[in-house]
Design a protein around this ligand. Structure first.
Ligand code: SAM
Length: 220
């Protein structure tokens, strides 16, 4: 994919997700999850489960900041203190996130995780492989591990379509439809340290969040 096609891909992502997410008023729908609140909890709490100590957390693709808001509550229940940071392609979404989380509005940035330069390192960085075209997945995770993660940080790679019967319907044609996150990471040469699962009985959907050290991504 040449530079112009890549720019068009990111602009399509921004425009289409912004339009579809912001057509709704429920905060989890503005973050791309349909259905009732309980479904959101089942399928997003694994992200919080992967956070096993206090520290800084960057949600790349933070949308309206609702995952960050929930993550602060879910980790506080376990006595952890998390400093929330977020990044999203959509200026409108980041504006909503700043209103939702006014105490950390200075940590919420508009930018593209593929080429954004972080102002600091983070103890936890959450992302999904579908934020870049399939051919860039490895370079994307390597960049996050190299430039975003603190030395002892954890890269949390989420797949919200684990075991999905029609995964191609959940991503753009340029992305890899992933139903087995661990197998895809193995193909990319990456070794997760642990993984955390969620199950939604309403539609039988599964979430998997893989946790990787820098070495698990970069080798060595
Ligand atoms: C499914 S929502 C994720 C919301 C929340 N973080 C969660 O996990 O539930 C995906 C968000 O990622 C953003 N996004 C997609 N590709 C991105 C990229 N390359 N850089 C930054 N944000 C991106 C979209 O604009 C969208 O708001």
């Amino acid at each position: 994919m040449d530079e112009a096609a890549l720019a068009a891909y990111f602009e399509k992502t921004r425009r289409m997700l912004e339009e579809s997410y912001l057509a709704h008023s429920e905060p989890w729908r503005q973050s791309g999850m349909s259905g009732p609140y309980q479904r959101w909890v089942s399928l997003r709490k694994p992200v919080a489960d992967a956070v096993q100590r206090s520290g800084t957390f960057l949600d790349t693709g933070c949308a309206n900041g609702y995952l960050l808001e929930c993550l602060l509550l879910w980790t506080a229940e376990r006595g952890l203190h998390i400093e929330a940071h977020g990044l999203d392609l959509s200026e409108r979404q980041v504006e909503l996130a700043r209103r939702r989380l006014p105490h950390c509005s200075a940590n919420l940035h508009v930018g593209n995780a593929w080429d954004w330069t972080p102002p600091q390192r983070y103890d936890f960085v959450r992302t999904e492989l579908c934020y870049v075209p399939a051919a860039l997945e490895r370079a994307y995770l390597e960049r996050l591990a190299q430039d975003f993660l603190a030395p002892d940080g954890r890269l949390l790679v989420a797949n919200y379509a684990e075991s999905h019967s029609e995964p191609e319907k959940t991503v753009f044609p340029e992305n890899t439809p992933i139903t087995d996150l661990l197998a895809r990471l193995e193909q990319l040469g990456m070794r997760p340290e642990a993984h955390f699962d969620g199950y939604d009985p309403i539609k039988g959907r599964r979430t998997r969040v893989a946790s990787l050290t820098r070495a698990g991504v970069l080798g060595g």
